[in-house]
Design a protein around this ligand. Structure first.
Ligand code: HEC
Length: 159
């Protein structure tokens, strides 16, 4: 085996990437899992599930800003690059709604821009965005013919 390949394999085994940062799955475990749970389903009444909201909110420019500006994301010790990679990883691995082909990956510059303005009123902003998502129902942005429904407990569910 070439030395470079062996090195890359050792890094991957340790959960590190070539820039000596952790891979998204490890960053999630270290920085987010304590509140959001191993599978992103959160904790009823305290931490919302991201299993639908992340991908759905990512379809709206304002939703993307909201996601980057929630305290857990904006104020994490992760770099902008790591945060972008983490959100993309969550969308693909902790979601009941896999990102469709048009899904726009988060970029480091997008994260850097929005995280400088942490949200003051998180709950009301979330509610407002979820309402506008459910209004935009029609041919649903979610999955074939499935409606987006915003339940009173602020959790987005697809039926
Ligand atoms: C201390 C607990 C805590 C930690 C740690 C935390 N979060 Fe959160 N997160 C929350 C809560 C609570 C909300 C709901 C908004 C609010 O009230 O702040 C939330 C909201 C979110 C949302 C928006 C989803 C929605 O449906 O509103 C995303 C995305 C998110 N967090 C990602 C992360 C990521 C990524 C990390 C790790 C880098 C992280 N969070 C760390 C508690 C936490």
């Amino acid at each position: 085996m070439r030395r470079g390949a062996l090195f890359a394999m050792l890094l991957a085994t340790a959960g590190l990437d070539a820039a000596w940062g952790y891979q998204p799955a490890v960053n999630y475990q270290l920085n987010c899992m304590g509140c959001h749970g191993a599978d992103g389903s959160g904790e009823p009444g305290r931490v919302p599930s991201v299993r639908r909201s992340l991908v759905l909110l990512s379809t709206l420019p304002e939703g993307r800003e909201y996601i980057i500006r929630v305290p857990g994301v904006a104020q994490s010790p992760l770099s902008d690059e790591e945060t972008a990679a983490l959100l993309d990883w969550m969308a693909r691995n902790l979601s009941d709604i896999p990102p469709r082909p048009g899904f726009i990956d988060y970029s480091a510059s997008e994260v850097g821009r929005s995280r400088r303005h942490p949200l003051a009123r998180v709950r009301s902003e979330r509610e407002r965005l979820l309402k506008s998502l459910s209004r935009a129902r029609g041919p649903s942005p979610v999955a074939e013919g499935k409606a987006v429904v915003v339940a009173p407990d602020e959790v987005v569910t697809a039926r």
